[in-house]
Design a protein around this ligand. Sequence first.
Ligand code: ATP
Length: 234
Amino acid sequence: MMLDVSNIQTFYGESQALQRVSLTLDAGETVCLLGRNGAGKSTTLKSIIGLTPPRAGEIRFEGQPIQGWPTHRIARAGIGYVPEDRRIFPGLTVRENLEVASRQRSGAAAHWTVDGILQKYEMLGERADQDGATLSGGQQQMLAVARSLMTQPRLLLLDEPNEGLAPVIVQQIGELIDDLSHTTTILFTDQSVRFALKHARRAYILEKGQVVHEATSEALKADPATQERFLSVA
Ligand code: ATP
C-alpha cells in the first residue's frame, strides 16, 4: 500500500474540518476525492502534505508514519502537491519555474528532467522562455503539475486541477492525468463526477468532513442516486 490515511481529525482553530477521515491508495492507482464545496477535500490533501497537520489519526506513506513531519520533509519523501491556486512564480520563465523546483528534489535518480518535460509537453516547450505569469489558466495548471514532477514524486496530490478552466482545457488536464497515471500514483480532488469517473479508478465521497461513500468508478457510474445525493452532477 502506498498511502494509508487512518481516522485523521483536522482542525482550523476550534473548528473541526475533518472527522476521522480514512482512505488508502495502492501503488499505481489513480483515485478521486469528490464532494461539494467545503466538504473537506482540500483539507484532506493539506493534511497529507502537512500544511494543516491532523490533531489525531495516522498517515503512512509507503509504510512510514509521516504525520507531524514538516511539509518539506513530506515532499522530499516522495509526495508532490499542486495546490488549488497553482502559484506559478511570476517573473520566472516556464523553464525557470521548472528549474527552481528541480533544485528541491532529493538525491533520487531523476525520471523527470526540465528538458524531458519541455520536450514531452509541447504546450510548455513552445513557451519555455515566456514569463509563467503570462500563461493562460490551463497552461499555468499544466506548468504547476509539471513543476511538481521535478521533485520526482511517487505520489501526486492534485487539488481541483480543473477549477475555473474551460471544457477543452479540462480535457487536456484529463489527458495529462491519464498520461501521468502510467508512472505515478495520483490522488486528485474534483467536484465533477463525470471527470472523476473518466480518469480515476476509484472515488471517495466526502461530506461535512467525513467519508460518506467509497466506490469504484464503475460502481458509481451505475449509481445515480448516490451521485445526486452527495454531488453536484456537472
Ligand atoms: P472547496 O471546493 O471549497 O475547496 P473542499 O471540499 O476542498 O471545498 P475544504 O476547503 O477542505 O473543503 O474545507 C473544509 C471545511 O473547512 C469547510 O467548512 C471550510 O469552511 C473550512 N475551512 C477551510 N479552510 C479554512 C481556514 N483556512 N480556516 C477556517 N476554516 C477553513
